[in-house]
Design a protein around this ligand. Structure first.
Ligand code: G6P
Length: 611
C-alpha cells in the first residue's frame, strides 16, 4: 500500500525513480510524484498513474542525482494533485514520502497550527513533514536528529524517505510497520518498499527493522534505532530474476501469473518433495516440528485470498492430520480478545508478508505464547521475520493486484504441511501419504492442460460479461474455491459475486436465481457429486444459467449445464489447485471484455499495510 523509492548516487535519479515507481504501482495508483534534489528541491506530482506523471514532467527539469518517488493508495484525503506525495514542509526545508498512517496526526496538526504552521493538503504526511521541520528549526538540529525526535512523537505506521534541502547529499529512511528495503550499490544506494525496483541495479539489500532510521549518503549508510543506538546492517542477497517482474509478452500481469502456475507450484514443492516423490521435507519447520505435531489446535489467520487458502488448509489439516483447525480473518481475530494458549499453533498466511492485520494478529498470538508460523511469498518481509518458523511459497513476485499464483502456492504449502503432519502423527498411512505426494507432483502438468483450453474462456466470458450478479457454488474442498472465484470476479470486473456452500443455496440465494444470474458450480467428481448434480438441477429448474467446472470426460453434467469447463481428474484434496484455475481465467476474460484495468482494479492495492 503506497510504493516508495529513493536514490542517491552519481547517476541521474529520475529514470531510476520512475522505473521503480512502475514496479511498485501494484501498491497503489491514486497518484504519483517525485522529488529531485539538485541545488534546489523540485517536486512533480499529479493524480493518477505513473504514466500520467511521466507525461506531466515532459520538458521540465528532471536533473539530479538524489531523489525520491511515491505511488499512492489514498488514506487521508482524496486522491488529487495536492494530496499526492512527496510533501514539502511549510518553509521548504524537508520533503517526505510516506507509506502508512500517522494515527495521531490530528493532534499534531493542531499543535503545529497553534505555532503558525499552515497545511496545503489533507494528508497525515504533510503534518509529519512540518513536525520534522518545526523540531529542526527550533532546536537548530541536524536533519537526522530532527527526524528521529519527530518520530518519537508519532503514533502509527510508516515507511519514510526524507530529504532536507540543507543537507543535499543525504537521504533519511525510517521504518515502523511499513516495509523498507535498501539496495547497496557501488557509491550509490536505493531505497524501496520492496526489492523489485532494486534488483535491476543490485542484488545486495538491507531490510530495515521497525524503529530503524538509516542516514544514507553516496558512500556511507549509518543505521541507528529511534533511541540513537547504532544497529548493524545485515546485507542479504536477493534471489530475484528481473524477467519475473516483466509481463513477458502477456497482455497483463494477471494472465502471466495465471499461466505461471504450473511453474510456481513446481517451484513451491521442488526441493521439498524427495526425488523418488515419496517424502516431504520442510526445512523451515524442523525446529518446531515436535510442537506442531503435538498441537491440539491450529488457528490459521489471513486476509482476502490468503484467508481462502487458509479455509482450504482447514480441510487439509483436519482430513490428513486430524488436528482441529479454526480459520480467522486476521482483522477479526486481533480485535476480539481471542482465546489463545501456549499449546496453540497460529499459522499466518500472507502473500506480501506485510498485511497490517495479519502482522498484528501474529504479534498478539506470540504475546500469548502460541507457536507462530508463517506461509509467505515475499522473502525477508515482516511476517517471516516475526514468526517462529514457516514455509515460503516460491511463487515469485506477484504483481497483479488480484492474487492467483500466490493462492495456489499457498495451497501447495498447506497441502505439504498437512501431508507431512498426517504422516508423522500416523493419521495418514504411508501408502496414502506417498500416493498423495506423488499426485501433488502431477498437478503442474494438469494445470498446463487446463491452460491449453484458454480460448474457450474468452467465448464464455463474452456471453456473460454484462451480468450484474454471479453466484459461485461448491461443497467441501470446493466451497473455499467458490469463495475465491467470486472474489476474483468482483475484484477485477466489479460485478457483484457471492460464493456459497452449494447446499446453503436453498437457504437464501436460490431466491435470486433467474436467467440473468450465471451460477458457477464446482462439480468435479467427489463424494458429494450426486448432491451437487441435484443443486445444478435446482438451478436449472429456475431458469438459471449454469457454468460448471467438471472432471474431464463427465457426461452427466454436460447434459444439464449450459457450459462445462473441464479439469483433469486428481485426488479430491488436491483439486482446489486445479479447479480454481478456470475461475481465474473466467474472471480475467470477463474483466478484459468489460474494459477494466485488470492489473490495477479501482480502489484496491496489494500489500495492505494499513488497517
Ligand atoms: C489485498 C490484495 C489481495 C490479498 C490480500 C491479503 O486485499 O488485493 O489479493 O489476498 O490483500 O494480502 P496478503 O499479502 O496478506 O496475502
Amino acid at each position: 500500500m503506497c510504493g516508495i523509492v529513493g536514490y542517491i548516487g552519481s547517476k541521474e535519479a529520475y529514470p531510476i525513480l520512475i522505473n521503480g515507481l512502475k514496479r511498485l504501482e501494484y501498491r497503489g495508483y491514486d497518484s504519483a510524484g517525485i522529488s529531485l534534489l539538485d541545488n534546489q528541491i523540485k517536486i512533480y506530482k499529479c493524480q493518477g498513474k505513473v504514466s500520467r506523471l511521466e507525461s506531466f514532467v515532459t520538458s521540465r527539469d528532471i536533473s539530479g542525482s538524489v531523489g525520491i518517488g511515491h505511488t499512492r493508495w489514498a488514506t487521508h484525503g482524496e486522491p488529487n494533485d495536492v494530496n499526492a506525495h512527496p510533501h514539502r514542509s511549510m518553509n521548504g526545508k524537508f520533503v517526505v514520502i510516506h507509506n502508512g498512517i500517522i494515527e495521531n496526526y490530528a493532534r499534531l496538526k493542531e499543535k503545529l497550527s497553534s505555532r503558525g504552521y499552515t497545511f496545503a493538503s489533507e494528508t497525515d504526511t504533510e503534518v509529519l513533514a512540518n513536525l520534522i521541520e518545526y523540531i529542526y528549526l527550533k532546536g537548530k538540529l541536524s536533519a537526522d536528529i530532527a527526524v528521529r525526535l519527530a518520530l518519537t512523537k508519532v503514533i502509527g505506521a510508516y515507511g519514510l524517505v526524507i530529504m532536507c534541502v540543507d543537507e543535499p547529499d543525504k537521504l533519511i529512511a525510517a521504518r515502523k510497520g511499513s516495509p523498507l528495503v535498501i539496495g547497496v550499490g557501488e557509491g550509490e544506494y536505493f531505497v524501496a518498499s520492496d526489492a523489485t525496483p532494486i534488483v535491476e541495479h543490485t542484488k545486495s539489500v538491507i531490510y530495515l527493522n521497525d524503529d530503524d532510521v538509516a542516514v544514507i549518503s553516496r558512500d556511507e549508510l549509518v543505521l541507528k534505532n529511534l533511541k540513537n543506538v547504532p544497529q548493524t546492517p545485515v546485507v542479504h542477497t536477493v534471489d530475484l530474476d528481473i524477467g519475473e517482474i516483466d509481463k513477458n509478452g502477456f497482455d497483463h500481469f494477471m494472465l502471466k501469473e495465471i499461466f505461471e502456475q504450473p511453474r510456481s507450484i513446481l517451484d513451491t514443492f521442488r526441493g521439498r518433495v524427495s526425488g523418488d516423490k515419496k517424502e516431504i521435507h520442510l526445512g523451515g519447520l524442523y525446529q518446531v516440528m515436535n510442537r506442531l505435531q503435538e498441537s491440539q489446535r491450529i488457528i490459521m489467520v489471513g486476509c482476502g485470498t490468503s484467508w481462502h487458502a487458509a479455509l482450504v488448509g482447514e480441510y487439509l489439516f483436519e482430513d490428513f492430520a486430524r488436528i482441529p483447525v479454526e480459520v480467522e480473518y486476521a482483522s477479526e481475530f486481533r480485535y476480539r480478545n481471542p482465546l489463545i494458549t501456549k499449546k496453540d499453533v497460529v499459522i499466518a498466511i500472507s502473500q506480501s508478508g506485510e498485511t497490517a492485520d495479519t502482522l498484528a494478529a501474529i504479534r498478539l498470538a506470540r504475546e500469548k505464547g502460541a507457536l507462530v508460523l508463517g506461509i509467505c511469498n515475499v522473502v525477508g518481509s515482516s511476517i517471516p521475520r516475526e514468526t517462529n518458523g514457516g514455509v515460503y511459497t516460491h511463487a515469485g513476485p506477484e504483481i497483479g493486484v488480484a492474487s492467483t499464483k500466490a493462492f495456489t502456492a499457498q495451497v501447495t504449502v498447506l497441502t505439504m504441511m498437512a501431508l507431512l503432519l498426517g504422516y508423522r502423527r500416523k493419521t495418514l498411512s504411508k501408502a496414502n501419504y506417498q500416493r498423495m505426494v506423488n499426485e501433488l507432483t502431477l498437478i503442474p502438468e494438469k494445470i498446463e492442460r487446463i491452460l491449453e483450453t484458454n480460448g474457450k474462456y474468452r467465448d464464455i466470458a463474452a456471453l456473460y460479461k454484462d451480468a450484474n450478479n454471479f453466484l459461485y457454488l461448491g461443497r467441501g474442498y470446493f466451497f473455499p474455491v467458490a469463495l475465491e472465484g467470486a472474489l476474483k470476479l468482483k475484484e477485477i470486473s466489479y460485478i457483484h459475486a457471492e460464493g456459497y456452500p452449494a447446499a446453503e443455496m436453498k437457504h437464501g440465494p436460490i431466491a435470486l436465481i433467474d436467467k440473468n444470474m450465471p451460477v458457477v458450480v464446482i462439480a468435479t467428481k467427489d463424494k458429494s457429486y450426486d448432491k451437487i448434480v441435484s443443486n445444478i438441477q435446482e438451478v436449472k429448474a429456475r431458469n438459471g444459467v449454469v457454468i460448471a467446472v467438471v472432471t474431464e470426460g463427465d457426461t452427466v453434467i454436460r447434459e444439464m449445464a449450459d457450459h462445462v469447463l473441464e479439469v483433469p481428474s486428481t485426488e479430491v484434496p488436491l483439486a482446489p489447485l486445479t479447479t480454481v484455475v478456470p475461475l481465474q481465467l473466467l474472471s480475467y476474460y470477463i474483466a478484459v471484455l468489460r474494459g477494466c484495468n485488470v492489473d490495477q482494479p479501482r480502489n484496491l492495492a496489494k500489500s495492505v499495510t494499513v488497517e
